[in-house]
Design a protein around this ligand. Structure first.
Ligand SMILES: Nc1nc2c(ncn2[C@@H]2O[C@H](COP(=O)(O)OP(=O)(O)OP(=O)(O)O)[C@@H](O)[C@H]2O)c(=O)[nH]1
Ligand SMILES: [Mg+2]
Length: 349
């Protein structure tokens, strides 16, 4: 692989180059860091949108609707699906229920599913890196679909500018989700399958929960702007305060029927509004800065591990001491101290 050539083809928007670059990065093949370093300067054009939620909530259907709407607006869209419960195969793009042949053949759409945990830095890392490649390849929107509502899924979506949580009336775990502290990571709530009973009730529950949490978070803070929500002890506010002191983000809770495309326009408008808020409040810069901090740490971490296990005798020392560890004469901590002391003294052991 010639990284410079690949970078040039990538910047020119050649799909084959993108596929090749992703495969190099995903598998940590030689030159992958050179590739990622090469795209760094061209990042930040794409808006990254995370879509998460319980299995079967309709995330892929919603993603499909977003893709169609963005394409109609002339935007190029990349989709990254993480650990999809049903693999994307052939013409059946987002599960076998939905067929998007027109989109599958469309150069303005690129879909990648990532089922592997990646060899070097975990799924969250490879997701971010693949998103970088999509960004560098000129995609305007990057949609990352991930199943689940726990911390690990939100780690994945932490790479997003905007995170959408998709809940459904029948899932029953909607409110538990909100209590478990993931709410702070969510920017927009979509109550999907609003054609089914209970959607409006769930929407109200989410709004009440949002209100309570805002009340708790700000109970000890003076109300700003002289604004007080009716009956609430403090200012309703987003978990993230805005750098410029603007109004906080007021999390929308939208009803959607992804299967019929209802609510897609409102969702897109909310995503756009959130992006404007991010930009205006300084949060966009904050988030991107924080991401780059995390990213740089990850790269250092990865390089340090690679060096330690590949270029020092750490592994050898451990093997040499293993009998004593098994006998109980040494603890793993003793061995770790020996390894680290050796490395700190500059010895490659
Ligand atoms: N009634 C109804 N069904 C829907 C709606 N949106 C999606 N579905 C159906 O729900 C099922 C699951 O949809 P998906 O889009 O695959 O859901 P998902 O969240 O991506 O599922 P996983 O990726 O497997 O977690 C499909 O049969 C869809 O047709 C909706 O708004 N109303
Ligand atoms: Mg899906």
């Amino acid at each position: 692989m010639d990284p410079d050539l690949l970078l040039a083809d990538l910047a020119a928007g050649k799909t084959a180059a993108l596929a090749r670059a992703i495969s190099v990065v995903e598998n940590g093949r030689p030159g992958f860091e050179q590739l990622l370093a090469g795209v760094h300067r061209s990042l930040g054009q794409a808006r990254r949108i995370g879509i998460t939620g319980p299995p079967g909530a309709g995330k892929s259907t919603l993603v499909e609707r977003l893709v169609i709407a963005y394409r109609a607006a002339g935007l190029r869209v990349g989709v990254v699906a993480i650990d999809p419960t049903s693999p994307f195969t052939g013409g059946a793009l987002l599960g076998d229920r939905i067929r998007l042949e027109s989109v599958a053949l469309d150069e303005g759409v690129y879909i990648r599913s990532m089922a592997s945990r990646g060899s070097l830095g975990g799924l969250a890392t490879s997701t971010r890196e693949v998103s970088d490649l999509l960004d560098a390849a000129g995609f305007d929107r990057i949609l990352v679909e991930t199943v689940g509502v726990g911390q690990s899924e939100l780690d994945v979506t932490r790479m997003a500018d905007t995170t959408i949580l998709v809940l459904v009336p029948e899932s029953g775990d909607g409110i538990q989700t909100l209590k478990s502290g993931v709410m702070e990571a969510v920017d927009i709530f979509a109550v999907n399958k609003a054609d089914r009973p209970g959607a409006d009730k769930l929407r109200q529950e989410i709004e009440v929960t949002l209100g309570i949490r805002r009340g708790n978070a700000y109970r000890n803070m003076p109300a700003h702007h002289g604004y007080r929500a009716s009956g609430r002890p403090g200012k309703p506010a987003a978990a993230e305060s805005s750098a410029a002191g603007d109004a906080p983000w007021d999390h929308p809770v939208l009803l959607t029927v992804a299967a019929k495309g209802e609510g897609t326009g409102d969702l897109i408008a909310a995503i756009d509004r959130h992006h404007e808020w991010l930009a205006r409040s300084g949060s966009l810069d904050q988030r991107r800065r924080r991401r780059l901090l995390e990213r740089t740490r990850e790269v250092v971490d990865r390089a340090a591990r690679r060096w330690m296990w590949g270029e020092t005798h750490a592994e050898q020392v451990i093997n040499d001491r293993l009998d004593q560890v098994v006998d109980g004469r040494l603890s793993p901590y003793d061995v770790a101290t020996e390894v680290l002391d050796g490395l700190k003294q500059g010895a490659r052991l």
